[in-house]
Design a protein around this ligand. Sequence first.
Ligand code: FAD
Length: 429
Amino acid sequence: MSIEVVIAGGGWAGCAAAYGAVLQGAKVTLLEKTDMLLGTGLVGGIMRNNGRYTATEEMIALGGGEIFRIIDENIRHKNVEFPGHEHASLYDVGKISGVIYRFLKKIGTKIEFQARMSKVQMDGKRILNVQTDDGRKFGGEMFIDATGSAGPMNNCRKFGNGCAMCILRCPSFGGRISLTGEAGIPEIQGKRANGKLGAMSGSCKLFKESLSGEIIDQLEEKGVAVIPLPEDLRENHLSEKACQQYALDDFTENIILLDTGHAKLMTSYFPIDKLRRIPGFEDARYEDPYAGGKGNSIRYMAMSPRDNSLKVEGAENLYCAGEKAGLLVGHTEAIVTGILAGYNSVREASGLETLILPESLAVGDMIAFVKKEMGTEEGIERKYTFSGSVYFKRMKDRGLYLMDINKIKKKVEMVGLKGVFSNRVVHDL
Ligand SMILES: Cc1cc2nc3c(=O)[nH]c(=O)nc-3n(C[C@H](O)[C@H](O)[C@H](O)COP(=O)(O)OP(=O)(O)OC[C@H]3O[C@@H](n4cnc5c(N)ncnc54)[C@H](O)[C@@H]3O)c2cc1C
């Protein structure tokens, strides 16, 4: 009999957790409230920029590289440069969800769509099962909270500019409900630099075909278009943004577009009447969020207290990953923590020691640093990503930012963790 792991939330973190647990021989059920995998990853796309390159290569050397390899195979552009960011890859947001779905099915993951976890049955501090809106129960030895931190609608209303009709589609599928919260564990709330709770998502998607032929050509050829904005059309939402790695003046002084299939507009929101005054944008319209002229989703409202193995404090058999695991921004960050949470959940259920990644690797340092920072007043107002802002600076200061793949492999070998995620030490019981 295998260990059974139930994961709530099928964003990048939940998908990676499924992969990490399956690699260790677990039987995995992934519950996703909507009808597609990848959550906010359905409208993201930027990979390998700045320190994310190092983190990706570390994960490959650690034996958790398959998801990154699949993403690399589904990119539209490689080595894209835009203000403050180098060697970015842009995946195709139109295709990636289907590709990951087929991969997870192939490795044996049971995926349930329109399965919003809304109740948790506990025995003391132990989770026995979770229940979905329609009354189905899913039991297992281990549970992983990967429900993200975006929404629900009342948070977007209260702390943002209202529901902006984002990809998570709360009106159709119900708002986010967290497993940690339902298990009765108090969650942690992030803040913006201006003191407000949560943070607003930092990019919108424009329907590419609604832009001028010249902009489309530039995007398709280079992956990026930087269009200077006259002063009277500038919108400054930098302090509101979740992704502080893009909170640079260049992102206010220019329209920065990236080609992820849609034209990814690197700002939280931009009034459409103003946007249409820019040459080439006369017919522009939003694809995500649909009300991108007005606002965007609010995130980081509910994170799980956890240790550095990603075990949630306050429950006996609960792990967390992605945005649930802290003020972490990004797909890479969600995948890294997802794989570790999946791996450790099976190790613990099998009576084996769990893994804390060493701080000599960027992936280990980041997990430990975020936990520490979130305990401080300033730290709770920041966001952490390998790709910029405070954490990328720390990576550089500590010599953790490496671009040489052989050096990264050597480092992983030196700490004795080569291939650790794919070495299956847990066998059927
Ligand atoms: C507009 C936007 C653009 C972005 N662009 C980029 C980018 O280009 N590059 C980058 O690296 N990062 C980007 N990010 C950030 C990145 O997408 C996230 O930090 C990361 O993907 C979070 O993954 P996650 O799995 O933790 O959470 P989410 O992506 O939020 O996934 C959580 C999943 O859980 C589901 N869920 C919630 N509650 C329940 C429940 N009760 N039961 C079942 N399912 C539930 C949700 O439907 C969702 O699918 C972007 C974010 C946004 C919002």
